[in-house]
Design a binder for this molecule. Structure first.
Ligand code: SF4
Ligand code: SF4
Length: 243
């Protein structure tokens, strides 16, 4: 079960969006038409053409003054992926676990109706998958498992100039994340890792996760379906930790 993991240290993120552009380029996703919405974040949300999105949130920082909270959002590659559990029931083969990396990968060739996709999206605790209603397939981050299988880094990690995006063997990444949290906590007492025991994309945040993004963590999510979904992914983990 070890596999690979990301460590995403948002305390180092400058919001340059290099990761977002690199993701689009590697996946050959088309550009997305953007509009002036009174924010630097563009596009507005994840889509079948945007698997990685740097979210920009302006909130009160620790001093009370306005501060930027950058959140390079993506699939968390959950250890117990509820998207797959739901897809297996209604659209078998749409979501697959890559054996080598343990990435949660989608197969765009498996078609599904908007109703079936709605169930998959709603059960994802982090609101990640998106559906192309024309083709019928779903889409999201693949962990660049094709690059990783050839010994390369995911495109977002390779392009990040600040050390925010890190990737490697899961055990090494867990150690890196714990060590960095100790350092950041000396300056930002509210710093935390977002459920590292349950996901393969481990975010470090300096402040309350909800300041970054509504679906950043379990505390930030609000829907009953997602709350139940989180309970289901956390329970098996708790059992593993205890055993
Ligand atoms: S974050 Fe959502 S889409 Fe990604 S593996 Fe977890 S449940 Fe699936
Ligand atoms: S490339 Fe790195 S610094 Fe730039 S937005 Fe992405 S995570 Fe942040």
């Amino acid at each position: 079960m070890a596999g690979k993991s990301f460590f995403i240290d948002t305390s180092k993120c400058t919001g340059c969006r290099g990761c977002q552009a690199a993701c689009k380029q590697w996946n050959q996703n088309p550009g997305t038409k953007t509009t002036q919405r009174g924010t630097y974040q563009n596009p507005a949300d994840l889509s079948t053409a945007t698997f990685k999105l740097v979210r920009f949130s302006e909130e009160a920082g620790s001093s009370g003054d306005p501060a930027w909270f950058f959140f390079p959002d993506q699939c968390r590659h959950c250890l117990y992926p509820l998207c797959k559990m739901e897809a297996d029931k209604k659209a078998p083969g749409a979501v697959i676990i890559d054996k080598k990396t343990r990435a949660i990968v989608f197969d765009p060739a498996v078609k599904m109706s908007p109703e079936v996709f709605k169930g998959i999206r709603e059960i994802c605790p982090f609101d990640i998958p998106r559906h192309d209603e024309k083709s019928g397939g779903m889409a999201k981050c693949t962990m660049c498992f094709d690059r990783v299988s050839e010994g390369m880094l995911p495109a977002c990690v390779k392009s990040c100039p600040t050390g925010t995006m890190n990737f490697g063997d899961r055990d090494d990444i867990l150690k890196m994340a714990a060590k960095r949290l100790d350092e950041v906590k000396k300056v930002h007492r509210k710093a935390s890792l977002i459920i590292p025991e349950s996901v393969r994309a481990i975010f470090l945040v300096k402040d309350d996760p909800e300041k970054y993004h509504r679906f950043a963590s379990r505390e930030a999510e609000v829907g009953l379906t997602r709350r139940m979904a989180l309970r289901r992914i956390l329970d098996p983990v708790a059992r593993v930790v205890r055993s």
